[in-house]
Design a protein around this ligand. Structure first.
Ligand code: ATP
Length: 221
């Protein structure tokens, strides 16, 4: 059976989730208190309704507890976001993702049992900062406070050498999980794979080790 999603709040973030889910062919109920927003999504989502989700009776009448996953993307109105999340939880929704506006908001959301809390502005800010600090870092995914997966442009310093020659795992304690080469992706490259100029390495490891690899092996660029 197809999974059913509900997106509450159709601002830039909620709207883009709603679009992406619909493009993937998912059943999506789009909800907003603002009629103009709802009209905007009438032809994109499977269903679009005007509703104030801080009203428990409204949530019940939408049959919200039957949805597999509800995304709360109410940003500025933190009170409405918290109240909505609390009621979704009380009504027994199994998976709830909520956009947090700040650290206090996040703390409350995690206390009331939101399953997954996202901080899009903060996370995007960090990713861009990494990219700005080092020209080699193309993208970055934080796994924990100390570990990440990073896309690094392989430059001339390491191009022409095999992974074995570079001895990356022993020297830096990081692993190359894949190499992007033109349109091809080499998953779990072998030790004899020769890095080519223009390759993008996807590496996993401790941030300190990845930084060391960037500075020592690639050199500042
Ligand atoms: P973004 O940064 O994602 O663009 P935004 O600042 O545009 O967010 P917000 O005003 O923070 O959007 O809220 C997102 C949406 O949530 C808005 O379209 C708003 O109408 C809707 N919203 C706010 N309160 C409620 C509520 N109680 N019930 C349903 N929708 C609501």
């Amino acid at each position: 059976m197809k999974k059913e999603f509900a997106v509450i709040g159709l601002g830039r973030f909620g709207g883009s989730i709603c679009r992406a889910l619909s493009e993937e062919g998912m059943e999506v109920l789009a909800i907003d208190i603002d009629e103009d927003k709802v009209n905007e999504f009438a032809n994109i989502a499977s269903h679009a309704v005007v509703a104030d989700t801080t009203d428990e009776a409204v949530l019940k009448s939408l049959g919200i507890r039957n949805f597999d996953h509800v995304i709360v993307a109410i940003g500025d109105n933190i009170q409405a976001s918290i109240l909505t999340t609390l009621m979704l939880k009380e009504l027994g929704v199994k998976h709830i993702t909520v956009k947090a506006q700040n650290d206090y908001h996040e703390k409350v959301l995690s206390k009331i049992g939101a399953d997954y809390i996202v901080h899009p502005e903060r996370d995007m800010g960090k990713r861009i900062a990494h990219h700005i600090i080092s020209n080699n870092v193309l993208d970055y995914l934080e796994l924990s406070d100390e570990h990440s997966i990073v896309e690094i442009a392989a430059n001339g310093n390491i191009a022409g050498h095999s992974i074995m020659e570079l001895d990356i795992r022993a020297k830096y304690g990081i692993n190359i999980v894949a190499i992007k080469r033109n349109k091809e992706i080499i998953v779990s490259p072998q030790a004899n794979e020769v890095i080519q100029s223009g390759d993008i390495l996807i590496v996993i490891g401790a941030d300190t080790d990845i930084n060391r690899f960037e500075k020592k092996a690639l050199g500042e660029s």
